[in-house]
Design a protein around this ligand. Structure first.
Ligand code: NAD
Length: 497
């Protein structure tokens, strides 16, 4: 069912409904300031209704055969694929990333949906030998119940699908609270679920603030899993609050990712990878390269290449196919990057290029691609997440020094090394303390069939994507079937006395 143009609603128990608050918040285009739509400012009571619907739907959804759940996901994947052009364009308007990247974000959602639909006929458990005769032993995955899906603004399609698809195919139901900066893409995804024939109550969407809707999801006793992607500060609050009802908490948090460039690296290839990783999505990727750790011997050559290429990047509205770098998501994000440029200056780093707003008649939240030079390893711009188009060049002496600098931050999401030395590459794979490592490629570009997530303050040990994601949304059940027809005591009857 379509909702009225430009005014959107929550989707609870298979119906599009207004919030009981009667209030709306506005969603605007970060490149132009144009209004995109109005969304309900939902309350605790709206959230409770959605959880109740998901809780009720769980009773039957968990019993749907997984291959049948998967058929619905296949249909969702096909609808996403058919609507890719429309979703892509809307994403650029709502979130700001350029069209090619928005298309990649939607594609990641399509890939994940097909992949998890495939799991409907796999979802492997184990069969193992039993120690007693006439006894069978196996383990099976079981769903947990209602999953709260709380997402950030930067991947409006990829991140919700990373969470929803494994949650659903394994038999859970969901209440989805998207970021208030990108509610429209979330709404479009839920419309597709409805069109694909997902039974009512299996997915519900409640728009609104983190402190109201999000907070209630963390506290609600019927929510069994919280899957959260966002900032470290909010993530810690999520873990703390969820602990009161012993929820399973899955956290994907910040990053301060480094690309190492050794003195034997192909500098042109490295410069291309750095540019893409640092300034793609205007640096608003959790895997963005916000540090470049470069061997002293090639520092000047790399810096010159980076500055030249950064200055050639075209800034503007992402709908223009000529544009390379779109706006930041909002004024607060823009102010934050600019504040870090001030911090870099105060700490004695060089501003090699950028370091200022970009205006040129554009209305949006634009910032020039920025490179801080001769950054020392413990400066704030070398250790704190900026989440904007800014990267810090940090000189290093050798491989050991490069790895030590890379590991010197509280986060551990992605890392990369450019080198032609296979020994150096394998040492980096072993010693870089991150969940993802790239060799001769930048820090971004994860594929959905491998685990995604990080160490240290990037998360709490769970992983998205690949079969690893299934562990977040299922509980193992061990099953013993004794067909001997008599009492058999494990560890006792079949042992020498
Ligand atoms: P954020 O933490 O501000 O918000 C994330 C979500 O949490 C939003 O939906 C928000 O409404 C909600 N929220 C806020 N307060 C809440 C509360 N008290 N209870 C429950 N929910 C609450 O993050 P953001 O600014 O949207 O996204 C940027 C951050 O996300 C960056 O730190 C980035 O590194 C991180 N991120 C991480 C990954 C990853 O996979 N590791 C991926 C993308 C983004």
């Amino acid at each position: 069912m379509a909702v009225a143009a430009n005014t959107y609603r929550n989707y609870i128990d298979g119906a599009w409904v207004d919030s009981e608050s009667g209030e709306q918040f506005e969603d605007t285009n970060p490149a132009t300031g144009d209004l995109i739509g109005s969304f309900p400012r939902s309350t605790t009571a709206d959230t409770d209704r959605a959880v109740a619907a998901a809780h009720q739907a769980y009773a039957s959804w968990r019993l749907y055969p997984a291959p049948k759940r998967a058929e619905i996901l296949f249909k969702v994947a096909e609808l996403l694929r058919d609507r890719k052009p429309e979703l892509t364009r809307t994403m650029t308007q709502e979130m700001g990333k350029v069209l090619t990247e928005a298309g990649g974000d939607v594609q990641e959602g399509i890939d994940m949906t097909y992949y998890m639909a495939g799991e409907g006929r796999r979802m492997f458990g184990q069969t193992v030998p039993a120690e007693m005769p006439d006894k069978f032993a196996m383990s099976v995955r079981q769903p947990l119940g209602v999953v709260a899906v709380i997402t950030p603004f930067n991947f409006p399609m990829a991140i919700p699908t990373w969470k929803l698809m494994p949650a659903l195919v394994t038999g859970n139901t969901a209440v989805f609270k998207p970021s208030g900066d990108v509610p429209l893409l979330a709404e479009m995804l839920v419309q597709i679920f409805e069109e694909a024939g997902l039974p009512k109550g299996v997915v519900n969407i409640v728009h609104g603030g983190g402190a109201t809707v999000g907070q209630r999801l963390l506290e609600h006793p019927d929510v069994k899993i919280v899957t959260f992607t966002g900032s470290k500060e909010t993530g810690i609050h999520v873990a703390r609050t969820g602990a009161d009802t012993l929820k399973r908490i899955h956290l994907e948090l910040g990053g301060k990712n480094a690309i190492i460039v050794m003195d034997d690296a192909d500098l042109d290839n490295a410069a291309d990878g750095i540019l893409w990783s640092a300034f793609g999505t205007s640096g608003q990727r959790c895997t963005a390269a916000s540090r470049v750790v470069v061997h002293e011997r090639v520092y000047d050559g790399l810096a010159a290449r980076l500055v030249e290429r950064a200055e050639a990047l075209r800034i503007g509205n992402g709908l223009d196919p000529e544009v390379d770098v779109g706006p930041l998501i909002n004024q607060a994000a823009l102010d934050k990057v600019d504040r870090y440029t001030g911090i870099a200056r105060d700490e004695g780093a060089e501003i090699l290029t950028g370091g200022e707003h970009y205006t040129n008649g554009e209305k949006g939240f634009f910032y020039r691609p920025t490179i801080y030079g001769r950054v020392e390893r413990d400066m704030r711009v070398a250790t704190e997440e900026i989440f904007g188009p800014a990267t810090a060049l940090i000189p290093c002496r050798d491989l050991d020094d490069a790895i030590a600098i890379s590991n010197r931050v509280e986060y551990g999401l992605s890392s990369a090394i450019y080198t032609d030395d296979v020994n150096a590459a394998f040492r980096a794979i072993r010693d870089l303390d991150t969940g993802i490592t790239y060799i001769n490629a930048g820090t971004i570009g994860a594929e959905i069939q491998l685990p995604f997530g990080g160490t240290k303050y990037t998360g709490n040990g769970h992983r998205e994507a690949g079969t690893a994601a299934l562990d977040t949304y299922t509980e193992w059940k061990a099953v013993y079937v004794d067909y001997s027809g008599k009492l058999q005591r494990a560890q006792i009857d079949n042992q020498p006395s």
